[in-house]
Design a protein around this ligand. Structure first.
Ligand code: MG
Length: 197
């Protein structure tokens, strides 16, 4: 008798499943009110170049090599911002082959990327970053970088995370051949039409 009841329940479940299958499936509503992006960059350390991170020039015997000012932190942030809206990468907007960007102040480029995002109806909710550098000690400069980036992006320093770590002397960054940076950015939809289609 017990087995018969189980069979009845099984049949009922099957019947419900087949009814649900023939019902039209609800159109998936993709929530587009927030977007996330990530960015990464690395630049080589050489002598005779300034070391600029997050728009702050640091005292160091080596600096970062690049077509622009080689501000690796700001570059990672820009790529994360662009990535969040699937707008490509900074190489597309500021190609290193274009003499126009030679020695460019990356903070100015960051402002341009921010305008691009604002024009599309988005703003940064918060961003978080990691700089990987064996030397110099970055801790004393972290707040200056957060302030500089906040000013450029018209945000509060509380919306900007900048963290620093060494690579425990491992790999290229650990051998002080370069400095790299990682960034993640969360964008908020500030357009009137939300969610966007
Ligand atoms: Mg770069």
């Amino acid at each position: 008798k017990f087995n018969n009841s189980l069979k009845t329940i099984d049949l009922a479940i099957c019947a419900i499943r087949s009814i649900l299958d023939i019902l039209p499936h609800p159109t998936p509503q993709i929530c587009m009110n927030i977007r996330i992006g990530n960015g990464y960059d690395i630049h080589r350390l050489v002598s005779g170049r300034p070391l600029i991170l997050g728009g702050v020039q640091l005292e160091h015997e080596l600096g970062l090599l690049g077509h622009s000012d080689a501000d690796v932190l700001t570059h990672a942030i820009m790529d994360a911002m662009l990535g969040a809206l699937s707008l490509g990468d900074i190489g597309h907007y500021f190609p290193p082959t274009d003499a126009k960007w030679a020695g460019a102040d990356s903070i100015e480029l960051l402002k341009q990327v921010n305008s691009l995002i604002i024009d599309r109806g988005w703003q940064i909710g918060n961003l978080d970053t990691v700089i990987v550098a064996e030397r110099p000690k970055l801790k004393p400069h972290i707040n200056a970088m957060r302030d500089r980036l906040a000013q450029a992006l018209q945000l509060l320093p509380e919306q900007i995370g900048v963290k620093a770590t060494t690579n425990e002397k491992l790999d290229a960054t650990g051998r002080e051949e370069g400095i790299c940076a990682y960034a993640v950015v969360l964008l908020l939809d500030i357009s009137a039409h939300s969610p966007i289609s």
